[in-house]
Design a protein around this ligand. Structure first.
Ligand SMILES: *Cc1c(COP(=O)(O)O)cnc(C)c1O
Length: 432
């Protein structure tokens, strides 16, 4: 046994494992025993605790971040055929909620370093959309909002985004699915501003199973605007009058009124109990992820073929993801083959994301071309998200680093293309 990879005992490292302890189990059990399973007092407590935690006046708990985003753009008054700036470097949900309203997601390129929405490109795309010269077949579009995504858990430039939105007359609905708990400050002498602390008109968080805190499925919309909060709450439960909510908690009247054709997006007390227990441990879990992320960065610094994600000053990073970038300019290795080779070694990874403009729905429906997003089109092929979760052992992290090293740097067993003319690996890559 002479190759470096064989000096290391093989381990199986999952991409993510939720951190569910006795507190979560006890909290859920007590709701099950209470006889009240759906939206009630525990949801109200979760909303109050979450609003306080992020520094927002109002919070509405719903059953996903997608629901929160949908309700947020609805509450901002988005109308059919209006345009909303959405980064192409994001998950399906960010743009699909614009389509739910029969409006047009105007896809925008990302910044080379932060991978946050590129505000220069946003301005150019908004301008072209208003003039009706952005896409064939689309006339002049009334551009009304922007949905920035705080990628991987690090906040973008909040002041820059607000200035841009003010200049362009846009509302901001933040996709904060990755960024709880996260914070931003302009300089080291400025106060910290938490994600959700009036960082947008509405800020939407996700409690999906692999997010930084989880309720299985769940989400939260926070805002400082009482009318927006009331609209989101109304539409989250069939558009029923406020009495209906009281009715749900057992104190209101049977005689509610349907005020609008709303949705069925409410969260259960079972999920909220899980959320309250997770909220209590959110900072401890964030610190655990931060420790692993920083060790990754230190150990990967020895590998010239990969770059760790940025950890800029004046940010409190939620560390939802650890997306490395392959230095494709310095090697022949291919991202998809690296993923397959890591998989063969027991290391589960993911890619965040295939950009929206490279999905058939968006390219076929709107005619977006890769050249309209030069940075994202190039960068997404360099991205691989490594395992990162609070209970990850140092030995797991070191094993992942070793495997990345073996698969890139050209040691015995490394991932030069010629080493991979191996049917298993090629087939596994082809299936992705
Ligand atoms: C996970 C995720 C969502 C959707 O969250 P759900 O709670 O599953 O609806 C939206 N945007 C981004 C960027 C995400 O990563």
């Amino acid at each position: 046994m002479t190759t470096s990879s064989q000096d290391w005992a093989r381990r199986d490292v999952p991409f993510f494992r939720p951190s569910i302890g006795e507190d979560e189990q006890a909290a859920v059990l007590s709701v099950l025993e209470s006889g009240w399973l759906t939206t009630g007092e525990v949801v109200s407590r979760f909303e109050r605790a979450f609003a306080e935690r992020v520094g927002a006046k109002f919070a509405v708990a719903v059953n996903s971040a997608t629901a929160a985003l949908h309700l947020a753009v609805e509450a901002m008054g988005l109308r059919p055929n209006q345009g909303v700036l959405v980064p192409t470097h994001t998950f399906a949900a960010t743009a699909e909620v614009v389509r739910y309203m029969n409006a047009v997601p105007i896809l925008v390129d990302c910044d080379e370093t932060s991978l946050f929405i590129d505000l220069a490109d946003a301005a150019a795309k908004a301008d072209a959309a208003r003039k009706g010269v952005l896409l064939p077949g689309l006339g002049p579009i009334d551009v009304v909002g922007v949905i920035p995504v705080h990628f991987a858990g690090v906040m973008g430039n909040v002041a820059g985004m607000k200035a841009f939105a003010a200049e362009q007359g846009l509302w901001i609905v933040e996709d904060a699915a990755h960024s709880f708990p996260a914070a931003w400050r302009a300089t080291e002498h400025s106060p910290w501003i938490r994600c959700g602390e009036n960082t947008g008109n509405v800020t939407c968080f996700s409690f999906y199973a692999n997010k930084t805190i989880t309720t299985g499925e769940g989400g939260m919309a926070v805002t400082n605007d009482a009318d927006v909060a009331a609209r989101i709450r109304l539409m989250s439960l069939h558009g029923l009058s406020k009495d209906a909510w009281d009715r749900y908690s057992g104190t209101g009247s049977w005689d509610y009124r349907i005020i609008n054709a709303g949705f069925k997006y409410n969260l259960t007390d079972i999920a909220a109990a899980l959320g309250l227990a997770q909220l209590a441990r959110a900072e401890a879990m964030r610190t655990a992820r931060e420790r692993i992320a920083r060790s990754y960065t230190t150990l990967l610094a020895g590998n010239p073929l990969v770059a760790s994600p940025p950890d800029p000053p004046n940010r409190l990073h939620a560390w939802h993801l650890f997306p490395i970038r392959l230095r494709l300019d310095r090697q022949t290795a291919d991202r998809d083959l690296l993923i397959a080779a890591l998989g063969e070694r027991g290391v589960a990874t993911s890619v965040h994301w295939r950009p929206l403009h490279l999905h058939p729905y968006y390219s076929d429906t709107f005619g977006w071309l890769p050249e309209q997003f030069p940075t994202t089109t190039r960068v997404w092929k360099e991205l691989v998200s490594l395992p990162l979760f609070p209970s990850m052992l140092s030995a797991d992290m070191e094993y992942v680093v070793q495997c990345v090293h073996d698969c890139t740097v050209g040691r015995p067993g490394a991932l030069a293309r010629e080493h991979l003319r191996n049917d298993n690996v090629i087939n596994a890559a082809a299936e992705r």
